[in-house]
Every structure is written in C-alpha cells, then in structure tokens.
Design a binder for this molecule. Structure first.
Ligand SMILES: *Cc1c(COP(=O)(O)O)cnc(C)c1O
Length: 389
C-alpha cells in the first residue's frame, strides 16, 4: 500500500479504492483504511460492508453493472460516487433516485482488441462493460444538462496484467478522450479511474510488476497529454484488488488421501469451494509442502478436492516433493479472488480466515461455516428448524 501511494504521490488527488469483491473481509479492509484507502463496491452487501467500517461519501466508488434499482438508492444514500456502466442507466438512475448526482462517472469501452505492441492483452469488444465512444460523449452532454458538475471516466480493459505498460497505455487512451470530452462538451473532468487489472506473478518464474515504474509511466502520459491541455488538476484513482491482497493470503490444506490409479493423486481437505480459480480458469497457483520447501520436486501429482466435478483440481501434473498423508500444503497467492469467489456446491462449507500478524500472532477474522449456516435459508420452514439447530 505504501509503495502504491508513493508511486502515485506525484498526483495530488490520487486515491486507491480497494475492490471489495477481491477480499470482502472487514478486518482486512480496515487495515487498508489506515492508509486512507477507499472502497470500490458493486453490490448491495459490498456497500453494507463499506458502511460498517465507516466508509461513506466519496470514500466509496460504486462501479456496478446491470445494477438493481435498490443498489443505486443505497449508493446514493451513502453519498458514494456512482460510476455508470451504460448510457441507459442515466435515465434509470434519475428515475430511481429522483435526481442526477453532482459528481458522476461513466465507464468507457473503446471496443476492439487492447494490445500492447503485438501482445493482445484482452478483448474489450467482447466485454459486457462500459459505453462506446459515441455513447460516452452523449452521456456527458446529457448528464451536464441534467445538472452534473464534476465528471469522472473509468475503464477496465485487461485483467491480471503482468507488465508495467498496461496502466500507462490505458491512461493514454483515457487522457486523450478526456481532453476531447472536456473540449467538446465543456464539462469539468475531475478524475480518471484506471480501475483494476494490475496483476501478480502467480507463477514464481514471472517477473513481478514494478509499481514505481507503473506510476512513473502514468505520470509521463499525464504530463504529455493532460498538462498541455490545461487539465493538470485531474485526479487519478485506482481500484486494485488482486495487486493489493493477492500475494498476502494463502490457502492451507491437509493431504488426507493418496490415490494411485491411471495417475497419482493427492486428495486434500479443501476443494474448489475454497478456491475456484484453478477449476474456473485453469489458473496456476503455486503449491509448496510445509517442512518440505527444500525437498526435491521429483513426484508428479494431481492435487484434488472432494467435489463431484473432475475440474476440482488445484494442480494437474505438478512436480512436488513426495507427499504423505497429514502433510500441509500451502496454496499460494489466494489473498484476492480466492475465498470471495467460493460457493457451496456439494454442500461443502467455507473455511475460516486467519490473520497472521507482524509479531507472529494470529487472529480469527472469520469463523468457518457450519451446517446451520448452509441451511439458514430454510429457517422459515419446519424442516429448517431441524437443520439449523
Ligand atoms: C474486479 C474489479 C476490480 C479489481 O480487479 P483486480 O483484478 O483485482 O485488480 C476493480 N474494479 C472493478 C469495477 C472490478 O469489477
């Protein structure tokens, strides 16, 4: 957090809004709040969590999409900055909350492919988020006419980028359009929200991002594009989730079975319910075995959970030290989009979360689910009374 703040300290209004969905634990977000971090929310319960830890007004960015009316009402009640995903949301918001907020942001999607030199970073043309260029210009005109005074532009064009070029490239796209928008529509643009997307090296062979180089790259584009246009007062916001928390959490699980069939399997007591990324995207998470960190990785295993789904594997054909029943496996980099993405398939329950402090002590910051939690939504029926007691 300090490195991030330093990297953007050249920008007076810089602010990070932590993407709550990455790690929605109030104890952890409270630690970030000590560094003046805001909350980026996109649902009712994320707004509730932010309110509970004392975030309100411009400390909350509401970057939702396909937004239910009651979420706009709640965001407005908290005074959050609302980031509109679509042109039609202007009318929807006005009808829902009865006015247009003075500060408003719009999410941009330039379409096409997003490339850095010849590398395709992502495919915004295929993404459900944001407004087209024409819609963005029209939106600013309409919002201005309806009384909005301060404007923001937001875009999220590539996820988990492990390159120092993503933010500077994105900044260039957004700064150039900001200059045009300000000229053509006469609105005052207060901020550019570079959103999330700064990745982490899930594979230890990858070179990590250098946040200073990233901040410096954005500064150079800022000085090249915005300052000459008289827009040197523009504030830069970010909504990082993965970069902030990903490397600082891990899933610790015990080997409870070994199975020797057509392949060698290690069965553990966690499953995709606790960490879905490998099952969902084939994502790599590094695994080490506690006490065997220095042992040779001379055994090839599939590390599996217990779901009745063949994609419930934390690793496939992974070279690891010889594993015995009872060994603890550490699945690395699960601090963001890990626990939070979990679900309850097969009626599996979610684990506890434990905070390891600087002094080596630990604190329980979420208890493990019990069957009563799983059955809680039956509590209005007679059968539920049996299941939840
Ligand atoms: C998910 C998300 C983020 C955070 O993304 P990371 O990959 O964790 O950086 C930021 N903003 C919005 C709107 C998001 O949906």
């Amino acid at each position: 957090m300090e490195a991030l703040r330093d990297a953007f300290s050249w920008n007076k209004g810089y602010k990070e809004y932590f993407a709550v969905k990455a790690t929605p634990n109030p104890f952890l977000i409270n630690i970030l709040r000590e560094y003046d971090c805001g909350c980026d929310c996109s649902s009712y319960t994320e707004l509730m969590l932010s309110e509970a830890i004392g975030a309100k007004g411009p400390d909350i960015m509401f970057s939702s999409n396909d937004t239910p009316a009651e979420e706009f009402v709640y965001a407005d009640k908290l005074g959050a900055i609302i980031n509109l995903d679509d042109f039609t949301h202007i009318d929807f918001l006005e009808k829902t909350i009865g006015h247009i907020p003075e500060t408003i942001s719009c999410r941009y999607n330039p379409g096409g492919l997003f490339k850095i030199s010849n590398d395709i970073m992502d495919n915004p043309g295929d993404s459900k988020y944001g407004m087209t260029t024409d819609q963005l210009f029209e939106a600013f005109k309409v919002l201005k006419q309806k009384g909005a005074k301060e404007f923001g532009i937001h875009a999220f064009l590539a996820s988990n980028t492990v390159t120092n070029d993503y933010y500077p490239m994105l900044a260039k796209v957004l700064f150039e359009i900001a200059v045009k928008l300000q000229k053509e529509t006469g609105v005052h643009i207060k901020f550019i929200n570079l959103s999330g997307g700064i990745g982490i090296p899930y594979n230890p062979d990858q070179e990590p991002n250098d946040i200073r180089a990233i901040g410096d790259g954005v500064r150079r584009v800022y000085e090249e594009v915005l300052v000459p246009a008289g827009m040197g007062d523009l504030e830069i916001y970010t909504e990082l989730g993965r970069y902030m928390m990903g490397p600082y959490g891990c899933l610790v699980t015990k080997a409870i079975h070994e199975k020797h069939t057509h392949k060698e399997y290690i069965g553990v007591d966690a499953c995709a319910v606790n960490l879905m990324r490998p099952a969902m995207y084939g994502a790599y998470h590094h695994i080490t075995v506690m006490g065997k960190e220095e042992a040779p990785c001379d055994h090839k295993y599939d590390v599996t959970g217990s779901l009745c789904e063949n994609n419930d594997k934390f690793a496939i054909d992974r070279m690891l030290p010889e594993i015995e029943k009872g060994d603890l496996l550490v699945i690395h980099d699960t601090g963001a989009h890990g626990f939070s993405m979990g679900y309850n398939y097969n009626g599996k329950l979610k684990s506890a979360e434990i905070l390891l402090k600087e002094d080596g002590s630990v604190q329980l910051i979420r208890r493990a689910e019990t069957p009563a939690d799983y059955f809680a939504t039956f509590d209005c029926f007679d059968i539920g009374k049996k299941l939840t007691k």
